[in-house]
Ligand binder design. Structure first.
Ligand SMILES: [Zn+2]
Length: 293
């Protein structure tokens, strides 16, 4: 992880880092790794952690308590901000799932959860003056997204996101350049899920297993891709690394050939944040309207 951070200059001097965390294996490894990296290279860089309670009974409370214990045990000293869907969005995920099921809406709770979480993380990171938002996506997550984008014939997304970094949006707002999205970095991008599990065992971390009840009830496209890749990997251990490398090569090729359209956008009529060029309101505000909050 330290090599990935140095090689791609994910963290530099004067960065203020916001970590989106849970109590899962990826989060704990990222939290520990970034803290140690910072201690060694950029002691003055401030770090904050954000943990979001989605509002699923009995699910997140244990995680929050666990992260506090983990920080104490490993002497990780930084500010941990606890926030929730209820606080920002006005409804818990459980309430939204109730509405989805009652009205037989064709919606996946994982997509709803992801949209709201991204919005809250970005908002909190901006409020706290962060310059980087670190996300615990590992190599498996990244290549699953790559396969998903290939299956959907979405070359744009492949060309806009490097495996270790998401595209950022800096827009000129009048004379003053205003940043709308905090650049998202993925320090675990070159570590496989298997390596992360092994590292947790080696360090004696006991991550809380991600057992969100909704992710189990709603089988999603991504899980099918995961199973497909895991099956291949059993016979060829290089499959995932090859896919990660081809991701970099595809990105470079698209950039070299200048094949990417410039990113177009509109401003959300409700919250003022940038959104897709064909949209009037952003996904987050659309959900707010749908769930009447
Ligand atoms: Zn909006």
């Amino acid at each position: 992880m330290a090599r990935t951070i140095s090689k791609y200059r994910l963290i530099e001097e004067d960065d203020s880092i916001c970590l989106g965390i849970s109590a899962g294996k990826d989060s704990l490894v990222m939290l520990y790794g970034i803290y140690q990296y910072n201690l060694k290279h950029h002691q003055e860089n401030p770090i904050i952690g954000v943990i979001i309670d989605e509002g699923i009974e009995g699910y997140r409370l244990e995680a929050v308590q666990y992260v506090h214990r983990f920080m104490k045990k490993h002497q990780l000293r930084f500010n941990l901000i606890e926030t929730s869907f209820q606080e920002h969005f006005g409804k818990t995920l459980a309430e939204m799932v109730g509405i989805i099921e009652k009205n037989d809406l064709n919606m996946n709770p994982c997509t709803v959860c992801g949209t709201i979480k991204r919005h809250i993380l970005n908002k909190v990171a901006m409020q706290k003056g962060a310059t980087k938002l670190a996300i615990g996506h590992n190599m498996d997550d990244i290549i699953q997204t790559l396969i998903q984008n290939i299956i959907r014939n979405d070359l744009d997304k492949i060309g806009k996101n490097l495996p270790h970094k998401s595209s950022e949006l800096d827009l000129n707002n009048g004379k003053k350049k205003k940043r709308y999205f905090i650049p998202r970095i993925k320090p675990l991008s070159r570590l496989s899920e298997h390596e992360i599990i092994k590292y947790c065992q080696f360090k004696g971390f006991n991550p809380i297993k991600e057992l969100c009840p909704y992710s189990l009830n709603y089988p999603i496209f991504r899980r099918r891709i995961k199973n497909f890749l895991d099956t291949f990997e059993k016979n060829n251990h290089e499959v995932k690394y090859n896919l990660l490398n081809i991701h970099y090569r595809l990105y470079d090729l698209l950039k070299e050939q200048n094949r990417m359209e410039p990113q177009k956008f509109n401003y959300c009529e409700s919250c003022g944040q940038p959104t897709g060029s064909k949209r009037k309101i952003c996904h987050y505000c659309e959900l707010k309207r749908l769930f009447d909050v």
